[in-house]
Design a protein around this ligand. Sequence first.
Ligand code: MV4
Length: 600
Amino acid sequence: MFSKILIANRGEIAVRIIRALDELGVASVAVYSELDRDAPHVARAGESYLLGPAAPAASYLNIARILDVVRQSGAEAVHPGYGFLAENAAFARACEDAGVVFIGPPASAIDAMGSKTRARELMQAAGVPIVPGTVEPVADLAAAEKIAADEIGYPVAVKAAGGGGGKGFRVALKPEELKDAFEGAAREGEKFFSDATVYLERYLPNPRHVEVQVLADGHGNTIHLGERDCSIQRRHQKLIEESPAPEWIVDEALRERIGTIAVEAAKAVDYRGAGTVEGLLDADNNEYFFLEMNTRVQVEHCVTEMTTGIDIVKEGIRVAAGEPLSVAQDDVVLRGHAIECRINAEDASKKFAPAPGRIGRYVEPSGPGVRVDSGVRAGSEISPMYDPMVAKLIVWDADRAQATRRMLRALAEYEIEGLKTLIPFHRALLQTEQWARGETCRDLLEDRDWLKTLAFEKAPKQAADSGAGGEETVEQTYTVEVSGRKFDVRVIGPPGGAASADGAAAPPVPKRPARAAREAKARENGHGGDALASPMQGSVWKIPVKAGQQVVEGEVVTIIEAMKMENEITAHKAGVIAELPISEGDLVRSGDVLAIIADA
Ligand code: MV4
């Protein structure tokens, strides 16, 4: 085993790798950009080195600088994680030339799978089923028109040879659309991969994205760890992954078949380490086709770790050190069901627009069957310079339905203030019928009306400026007990608060106000101390008062039914009911205004 390894990455995957190194007893070396000086992966590593300015080209993609740090630190191997230099054959070769081990497959395997046409050719020769289409690049539009008409038929997919992950992927539903699709795919290929070469595939109308985790060592062992279903994706970005696929989609026989296909694909390029064979499953026709191979550890490797109990990152490191895999195919047993939600700094209601910012309060979920792989903490700045994924929430349970409920529970526990994330999106999606039925949700993910329901509330106003130039008011949250039941209430008034009226010091503001109070605060209503806010979510059962009526402090203003209980909500002050913006039967959320009580 190595004694020291450099991690050429940042964020959650760098932390994930450092954890594996800690467990293996291997020293870790972190690298960082000027923007990441205070990042968790830097604090977490044994030693850390500055690469350069924030731009990836100057830091995490700077091969010469990274190799300098390798020499300086005495690291014997480099782990690239995913993204950045992970599938860069030139980097793998540069490591080799520098006498340092690249933790990943041989550069030749990266090259072979990097060109999608070359990969299709190799897979076809190895007897691996590929999506019907061309294995040679298609020279020009005229050639594409002929092949589409005579051999493939419509609809047809046009893909960039240098692509992958959906970049440079266009569809022509009918012949008239082929020109745009061909030119679009070629243009994108040129832009992203400096290669305008394209090829054609039959376009499958509604396939599932099913991929297989493989592990291979240098002792002749290549195994698979079952499949992951990553069909919930938008604009080719995966959002939710699960392992195994829903049981009514992939049964034991199909698992065996696609597992064998994946192992054959890996063997065909003399694979080493951890890799993923991506494929399309046409569930209606029980057909599975090779799509591409990702020659690295993937974001979603964790769901497979949860169902197999195998540490994929450690296995990759062992293999790179020349050791055999610690497990044989017969040792691999899949148990239960795991789901991963990607927690991205994005606003789903605004077409998944990136939402960079600084994290305020930050509390990760925990408890049975919950795993959080994150690269952030309270105070972390999410920069538009890097990936918007800030964390991954992974859960395990005995079956898919229970894992879904556990995920909803964990999402509800997750508190990330100051940043818009996909948490509301995941909570909504996992409660749909489509998810329960195991559908790919492609229409739902483009449904603007549905996405709009996920809009975030207005950013919370600072308590200090709620006086808006007038007299200053502050908000304080208190926990109170009414008839032995605990409530969180918000008190708005002049600084010092009620308790200081008689000279006593105001009680301290609780350090961690409970959720209801925080939400109430977030919905600052602009009515200062006159507003009676609902302390809970529920439905309005009775309203024993009328607008214009005088009330005394403590008088029942409304009764809210929540969790099968009737809860009396009482006037927080004496006065006149100036506004009563609720009706019996209304649903209210915690923090909603129930009444405005003006001074009499
Ligand atoms: C396809 C396809 C249909 N036919 N290829 C490629 C990259 C990956 N992100 C999705 N890709 C697709 N390739 C052919 N020949 C449809 C998709 C696709 C998809 C597949 C499974 C689940 C969700 C999807 C969402 C968009 C596109």
